[in-house]
Design a protein around this ligand. Structure first.
Ligand code: FES
Length: 194
């Protein structure tokens, strides 16, 4: 009677060769390329996604047209977006960055004086954001904005003859909505900017 070890010795052997050095290097190389491509794809997705959510500072704020102040009425503050909407008669709509250009305090609208006044060191600014007096080195900065009107027309700062930072001419049209991009700020050049 044949023993078990003798039977095993008669079975055909199925050998699994260890990868050669060259094959091993191919595997490593392939894995490295796959990792690199994965990282590149993840990076692309990260860049493609919006960095800020709508309604979050750094992102876009959508304001309903019927809440925009009438010409020369009290400017509207949107604290979450750190901006003011200021509608100026015969000029149009300004979106003013609500942080003082001196040392970063928050100017307030003072209706009795018809101007913005900074509580920290007394800088003053017109309704258009233009510098009046005080230590601020320049006028108030502005945000990029797009106004959509009831008639379907659209006006955006920085294009079609509308200067960076506005104002956006309203010309009696009814505003449907205003989109303010708090991720795009126009820095005033000096105290003469408005
Ligand atoms: S921070 Fe506004 S005047 Fe100094």
């Amino acid at each position: 009677m044949a023993t078990a070890s003798a039977a095993q010795a008669n079975m055909p052997s199925v050998g699994v060769d260890a990868p050669s050095r060259r094959e091993f290097l191919y595997y490593i190389w392939g894995a490295s390329i796959a990792l690199l491509l994965g990282e590149a794809a993840a990076g692309l997705v990260w860049f493609a996604l919006p960095r800020f959510k709508e309604g979050e500072f750094g992102g876009v704020f959508n304001i309903a047209g019927d809440t925009v102040p009438a010409p020369n009425k009290i400017p509207m503050s949107v604290p979450a977006g750190r901006f003011w909407l200021s509608n100026v008669e015969d000029r149009g709509l300004y979106v003013l960055y609500g942080v003082c250009t001196h040392l970063g305090c928050l100017p307030k609208w003072v209706e009795t004086n018809n101007r913005f006044e900074c509580p920290c060191h007394g800088s003053k600014f017109e309704r258009t954001g233009k510098y009046i007096e005080g230590p601020a080195p320049r006028s108030m900065d502005k945000f990029e904005a797009t106004v959509t009107f009831d008639d379907g027309t659209v006006a955006t700062t920085g294009v079609e003859g509308i200067p960076d930072g506005g104002p956006i001419p309203l010309e009696g049209r009814t505003i449907a909505s205003v989109a303010i991009n708090t991720g795009s700020r126009y820095k005033s050049a000096d105290r003469l900017d408005e």
